[in-house]
Design a protein around this ligand. Structure first.
Ligand code: ATP
Length: 134
């Protein structure tokens, strides 16, 4: 997922280029404007955290661009390609990562990646079945 700051910064084409050059195929893609309800479902694991209200504000500040990526070892390779959660850290430790390219800090980190096959299945179904069917 390219988050609102990634879209506002016009990084979509550059990120898609990196995705394809890194051996991923893009199977599906969709632009969607999330609302508070959707963010609460998507980030349910964080809903009790102190930063959650800010996360909702950030994730609803503009549209997100979601993609289904395919590759052998896709989950680990994508997480490696995006770099650590905190983009400030990414700029130091993973300067070639996507978060180093377009992220700002531990909140505005411009991209997301599913962290397991189970969460990928849940998130793909959330976006491409539940949300897209309205
Ligand atoms: P994502 O799930 O978006 O791929 P992640 O798995 O690297 O990110 P998580 O710990 O799951 O990181 O946090 C989810 C998102 O919540 C982060 O990507 C970031 O946007 C936001 N976030 C995480 N920690 C903080 C924090 N301390 N302050 C503000 N926002 C945060």
């Amino acid at each position: 997922m390219i988050k609102p700051d990634g879209l506002f910064g016009n990084y979509t084409d550059e990120i898609k280029k990196v995705i394809l050059e890194s051996g991923f195929s893009i199977l599906e893609e969709m632009m969607v404007q999330l609302d508070e309800n959707y963010v609460t479902i998507f980030y349910a694991e964080h809903s009790k955290k102190s930063f959650f209200p800010r996360l909702v504000k950030y994730m609803t500040s503009g549209p997100v661009f979601v993609m289904v990526l395919e590759k052998v070892n896709a989950i680990a390779d994508w997480r490696a390609l995006i770099g650590p959660t905190d983009a400030r850290k990414a700029k130091v430790t993973h300067p070639n990562s996507i978060r180093a390219l377009c992220g700002l800090d531990s909140e505005k980190n411009c991209v997301h990646g599913s962290d397991s096959p189970q969460s990928a299945a849940r998130e793909i179904s959330f976006f491409f079945e539940e949300i897209s069917s309205g």
